[in-house]
Design a protein around this ligand. Structure first.
Ligand code: SAM
Length: 260
């Protein structure tokens, strides 16, 4: 009988794992913790967290994208200590507080990250801990330089984000946001993603900018940040580049932790 296959709507997000894509978190995951993952996507990383906290622990993943949450229920529904909820974070009101709140690659998409941190702080138990993982998009490094078309597209992407009030270098500013929110015991942990030619996931990970150009690029085009011709050229030339010349891509990330 033919095995049913699941066609993912978010291949980059759904291929993520705790160990590969939020490895710095692993040492603080203890059995029995009640954990909230804010902006969990379909729950790929949350599933890994749920395994670490074991049967006596619980993980709640929230995301405003209902389709991703529904997909996560199909993909990860077998993980019994994992609950996935479709909700905007600013509308979320948990009935029970958390030992640990984590959020990976989400605050980069908010124009009010300070308000989000203040909101999350109210969901922590006494002695609770928060961990935010995010990017400095301004420090992205490709070796050798990618095609000019992708360089122009990438700068247009940063400009489009800035215009929306999003912080392109949020990884560098999170510790000051934490201080302002009055978190204690603040720690900054380097968490760069480094992808080298020849590694199993290299084409997939280096191809993230092709996905960005295909999806976000359409919005950028309608909002006048890029032309259709440049977007299509960047997609084609970058695809060729990652399959031929590309040696390495380094994405700069930091994990920032704090306690109540
Ligand atoms: C780049 S993805 C990261 C997903 C996952 N945390 C990971 O590291 O793979 C950002 C996610 O945050 C979610 N998100 C963004 N803003 C949100 C908000 N205000 N409330 C809830 N979810 C939000 C998006 O729907 C998306 O799934």
């Amino acid at each position: 009988m033919k095995k049913a296959t699941h066609k993912s709507s978010a291949p980059i997000l759904n291929k993520r794992t705790l160990e590969k894509d939020f490895s710095t978190l692993v040492p603080i995951l203890k059995e029995g913790l009640r954990v909230l993952n804010v902006g969990c996507g379909a729950g790929a990383i949350s599933k890994g967290i749920a395994k670490k906290v074991g049967k006596t622990g619980q993980v709640v993943g929230i995301d405003r994208n209902q389709a991703l949450i529904e997909e996560g229920k199909v993909l990860f529904g077998g993980q019994r200590n994992l609950a996935l909820i479709a909700t905007e974070l600013f509308a979320y009101e948990p009935v029970e507080k958390f030992d640990l709140i984590v959020s990976a690659r989400v605050l980069q998409w908010l124009d009010n990250p300070q308000t989000a941190l203040a909101k999350m702080k109210t969901w922590l138990k006494p002695n609770g801990q928060i961990s935010i993982l995010d990017y400095n998009h301004e420090a992205l490094a490709w070796t050798p330089a990618p095609p000019k078309s992708m360089q122009i597209f990438y700068q247009a992407f940063l400009d489009w984000r800035s215009n929306l009030g999003l912080n392109n270098a949020i990884a560098e500013d999170l510790s000051s946001y934490f201080e302002k929110a009055n978190f204690q015991q603040i720690e900054v942990i380097p968490a760069n993603e480094i992808y080298n030619k020849g590694e199993a996931l290299f084409l997939h990970k280096a191809g993230i900018w092709i996905d960005v150009a295909k999806v976000i690029g359409v919005k950028m085009m309608t909002e006048g940040f890029v032309t259709e011709a440049l977007r299509l050229k960047a997609i084609a030339e970058h695809q060729h580049w990652i399959e031929t010349e590309a040696e390495q891509m380094v994405m700069t990330l930091k994990e920032i932790r704090g306690t109540l």
